[in-house]
Design a binder for this molecule. Structure first.
Ligand code: NRN
Length: 416
């Protein structure tokens, strides 16, 4: 099997990381047992563009156990764990990923497409976009795909609206057992993990500015508050802003927050939400980080072109000295700080996200040829199956509706 990784000799180190993740992903490991027995993906070729982490390795090996042939490209130049990539390459996965891969990022995606996939797994939409632009000749083999993250789902919905989407895509991101947990608790914890590993600074007492109050922003704001930070929310959506106010957070425009903030984190999925004006108003020593999928949420280009000095002061921390004499510190080149400076979300939440992925891939195979070229939600029975399995692994039992209650909930006559 062909592959390109940083250093294949890291495979043993990678194996230890993956075994650790397996221990904390019981739902996916249970699905792997079923997949090994039933081989639902026999003869299926899968190209994935995901963050190459210990958790992704557990998903990839589950798909392989189901009978699939799998290729894997990294979903971000800084999110690949080289030891995990080596471990997967050594175990028969066509991996094209290494940390720091800026120049050959799309070359890796095209290499992963060389197996002529029947199914695509994407995180952010770059694989699907490559298939629909440079590699259209491969589209006839594809029966469907899945999408892991909010940004990717948005892009695929726009493709559907414009009538250019050439195969059905399941929005794994939109499963309750994905976004309510991965986006909220996963991004919340892993973003703080990334900031702490990069800076080793104290959060308590600091003004911690969260730009974007979606599920990622909510999770991050609450965890920062839990660490004693004074959390400020910036938003453009009146309803989300109102929610943040009533959740007890300070809410103000970014240009006001810029004057008092100590640490700024963007989680909006939008472009230049921290731009030149705000950066120039910031205090000396302000820390900038992004936890959104793409690295355009902070205007890094402006920083590069308008700082008078630039130097790396710590691993993943670059100091920019501005014309006004003040310094700001950018983490991980403005790329997703949770995966670039730490290990991404904990395995316990990726367990659910990736259980949805594995069951969604199986569903695509079972429904081959029956679906339209549009973005589908994860079927409710899969979403609930993941929740049931997760509760079981946590030893938690819940109540069951009685027949009388079921009847009541489906009736209108019974009132006061
Ligand atoms: N540990 C991880 N492995 C991880 N943490 C976050 N993500 C990860 N993928 C693999 C992704 C989340 O599911 C990044 C995506 O953008 C987000 O939806």
């Amino acid at each position: 099997m062909e592959y390109k990784v940083k250093d294949i000799s890291l495979a043993n180190e990678g194996e230890a990381l993956v075994k650790w993740a397996e221990q904390h992903m019981p739902v996916l490991m249970d699905i792997r047992k079923d997949f090994k027995k039933d081989k639902p993906l026999k003869g299926i070729k899968i190209s994935a563009c995901l963050h190459v982490t210990k958790e992704t390795a557990v998903l990839i090996e589950t798909l392989k156990a189901g009978g699939a042939e799998v290729s894997l490209a990294g979903s971000n130049p800084l999110s690949t764990n080289d030891a995990v990539a080596a471990y997967l390459a050594k175990n028969g996965i066509a991996v094209y990923a290494w940390r720091g891969n800026h120049e050959e990022y799309y070359w890796c995606i095209e290499k992963a497409l060389e197996i002529k996939p029947n199914i695509t797994l994407d995180d952010g939409g770059d694989l699907v976009t490559t298939l629909h632009t440079k590699k259209q000749e491969l589209l006839s083999n594809v029966i469907g795909g899945t999408e892991e993250t909010t940004t990717g789902v948005k892009r695929h919905r726009i493709m559907e609206k414009e009538g250019v989407l050439k195969y059905p895509i399941i929005a794994v991101n939109d499963a309750y057992t994905k976004y309510l947990f991965d986006n909220r608790y996963g991004t919340g914890q892993s973003t703080i993990d990334g900031i702490l590993r990069a800076t080793s600074l104290l959060l308590a007492g600091k003004y911690f500015v969260v730009v974007g109050y979606g599920w990622c922003g909510k999770g991050l704001a609450n965890r920062a508050r839990g660490m004693g930070a004074r959390v400020i929310i910036c938003e453009v959506d009146e309803i989300k802003a109102l929610e943040a106010v009533m959740d007890g957070f300070l809410v103000m425009p970014i240009e006001k927050a810029a004057e008092i903030g100590d640490i700024f984190v963007t989680v909006t999925g939008n472009k230049h939400v921290i731009d030149a004006n705000a950066i120039q108003k910031m205090k000396d020593g302000a820390i900038l980080a992004n936890s959104g999928h793409f690295d355009n949420e902070i205007n890094v280009k402006w920083l590069e072109e308008n700082s008078i000095e630039k130097r790396e002061v710590r691993k993943n921390v670059v100091e920019y000295k501005l014309g006004n004499g003040k310094k700001v510190y950018l983490l991980a080149e403005g790329r997703l700080v949770n995966l670039a400076c730490a290990e991404g979300h904990p395995p316990e939440v990726m367990d659910m996200s990736f259980a949805n992925q594995a069951l969604a891939v199986k569903w695509l195979v079972e429904n081959k040829g029956k679906l339209e070229n549009k973005v589908y939600r994860v079927p409710d029975e899969i979403d609930r199956e993941v929740a049931k399995r997760k509760l079981k692994t946590m030893g938690i039992e819940i109540d069951v509706l009685t027949e009388e209650q079921k009847k009541y909930l489906e009736s209108w006559q019974e009132g006061t």
